[in-house]
Design a protein around this ligand. Structure first.
Ligand SMILES: [Zn+2]
Length: 498
């Protein structure tokens, strides 16, 4: 274990410029796998969604999933890419225990989509990210290392492998090098991943859930001394699984690379693991550009040559471009530029849209996601969409507030319950006895006790000073643990004393 010298990011950026490259893997939501008919549903018993093809038994022959090709083309078009007139799959040969074939069926020099771009916005500035390629490949299985304290293979007693995920269609989106002002690099990386999430989510071809691994990002980063044109050696931080972590991984690697370079050292070209708990990365495996995967065209699969007519048909099915959609939503919702920017920056655009779709007002949707939910996400170091509460539930809770059954304060308790898995908002209200009491019998008794307990305040109200009612309302709310209908309590106090 080597101790790393870290240089504060701000200081590092006075001497170096970061150069990034981002790779995003998108798991498609086809109902069957890339080259066989096995189901793709998440969370099944291990090794129940497998067949001779995805287990690579001798003699098994793959057949390409047409729906996956269609999804790949739609993704390519949405990323403003060219779509290949003819392309092939290739075998990428390497050994990995969770990869039954010992090669991955991928694409090499003939990707289905290439030469695209997207524009992302950070702090009101637009940055163009060039897309080198988007290619098709298949996912690997999953290893589970049992017995060690870290969950990694070192120190484990034994390992288990689950091939359910092996063969699920993936699209890998690779950017060209990204060079933006150093102080914006981390935010641009985050904004890009968030943008791609929204873009692909809008196509309906993937669940794009970072917390479930259906969207995974690799962050490549190198530093070059200011004024230099020579690229430094890059590290590849793999499988970063939240937007926030993308940003933190960029910042950590800037600090780490600067520490090495300042001491005259050389950065090792390697993969790195990101650690959510500490925000740090650690060494994975060494990697060189000379790694020889012995790529060769896959002989068992026919080349893919989508007709231009089909490509144009698919282009016509694309949803409106994100910039157009954002402008339309902003107008529909009546958000200010700042409100809209904050919503997008928080990765909450789709959540807010879905909450409004489910019946909440735009301001209520924004208030909950950017206030209460953002606070919780921040505390947990998680993204908003992995908090365990859905837009529909947020809209339901707001409807319960609007109906007077709970107030904002009680709503927070309902959020707690829903997130803790206690059921629907309705079930949490019943289970936790959270309903606002507006029944005159119960409220009247509490009002009588409050009046008896504070004769001074009561006398002031009798003398016409209605502002004194606040003290009595406070006493009633306290007695009823915040569950009294404050408006009705006020009316009852004034009825009794004036
Ligand atoms: Zn299969």
């Amino acid at each position: 274990m080597t101790t790393e010298t870290l240089v504060p990011v701000d200081e590092a950026l006075t001497r170096y410029d970061p150069v990034m490259g981002l790779e995003i893997h998108i798991e498609l939501n086809t109902t069957t796998k890339m080259f066989c008919g096995c189901p793709t549903e998440f969370g099944a018993e291990p090794n129940t969604q497998v067949c001779p093809v995805c287990l690579a038994l001798p003699g098994a022959l793959p057949v390409v999933n047409a729906k996956a090709i269609e999804s790949a083309i739609r993704i390519g078009l949405a990323l403003n890419c060219e779509i290949a007139e003819w392309c092939r799959f290739a075998r990428k040969n390497y050994f990995y225990p969770d990869m039954p074939k010992n090669f991955q069926t991928s694409q090499y020099d003939e990707p289905i989509a290439f030469d695209g771009h997207v524009d992302v916005e950070v702090d009101g500035e637009t940055y163009r990210i060039d897309i080198e390629r988007a290619h098709m490949e298949e996912d690997t299985g999953k290893s589970l290392h049992v017995g060690g304290s870290t969950g990694r293979i070192h120190g484990a007693d034994f390992s288990l492998v689950d091939y359910n995920r092996a063969g699920i269609p993936l699209i890998e989106i690779v950017t060209r090098t990204i060079e933006v002002p150093g102080d914006k690099a981390a935010a641009v990386a985050r904004a890009y991943v968030s943008y791609v999430r929204d873009l692909i989510g809008g196509l309906g071809v993937s669940d794009v859930r970072m917390d479930q691994g259906s969207l995974r990002a690799d962050v490549n980063l190198s530093l070059k001394p200011k004024g230099s044109t020579t690229l430094g050696t890059r590290s590849e931080t793999k499988n970063v699984n939240s937007f926030r972590s993308v940003e933190r991984a960029v910042r950590y690697e800037i600090s780490r690379h600067a520490g090495i370079l300042d001491q005259g050292g050389s950065v090792l070209q390697e993969t790195r693991h990101f650690h959510e708990d500490t925000g740090t990365t650690s060494s994975g495996r060494e990697k060189s550009d000379a790694d020889d995967y012995r790529y060769f065209p896959e002989p068992d699969l026919a080349p893919v040559s989508p007709s231009r007519e089909w490509v144009e048909e698919l282009r016509a099915t694309l949803p409106e471009p994100p910039a157009v959609r954002r402008a339309r939503l902003q107008a529909d919702w009546g958000f200010s530029d700042l409100e809209m920017r904050d919503t997008i920056g928080a990765g909450a655009l789709q959540l807010v849209a879905d909450t409004i779709e489910a019946g909440a007002t735009p301001q209520a949707a924004r208030k909950w996601w950017l206030g209460e939910m953002a606070r919780r996400a921040n505390e947990q170091g998680a993204d908003l969409d992995s908090l365990g509460i859905t837009p529909l539930q947020v809209a339901e809770i707001q409807a319960l507030i609007d109906a007077g059954r709970i107030n904002d304060k009680l709503a927070r308790s309902v959020f707690d319950g829903v997130i803790a898995g206690e059921g629907t908002p309705e079930e949490v209200i019943v289970g936790r006895q959270l309903e606002v009491v507006s029944d005159d019998g119960a409220l009247g008794d509490a009002v009588d006790r409050a009046i008896a307990g504070d004769p001074d305040a009561a006398q002031k109200i009798r003398d016409g000073k209605q502002a004194a009612a606040g003290a009595l309302i406070g006493a009633v709310m306290k007695e009823m643990r915040g569950q009294a209908d404050a408006g009705r309590v006020r009316e009852l106090i004034l009825e009794k004393l004036t």
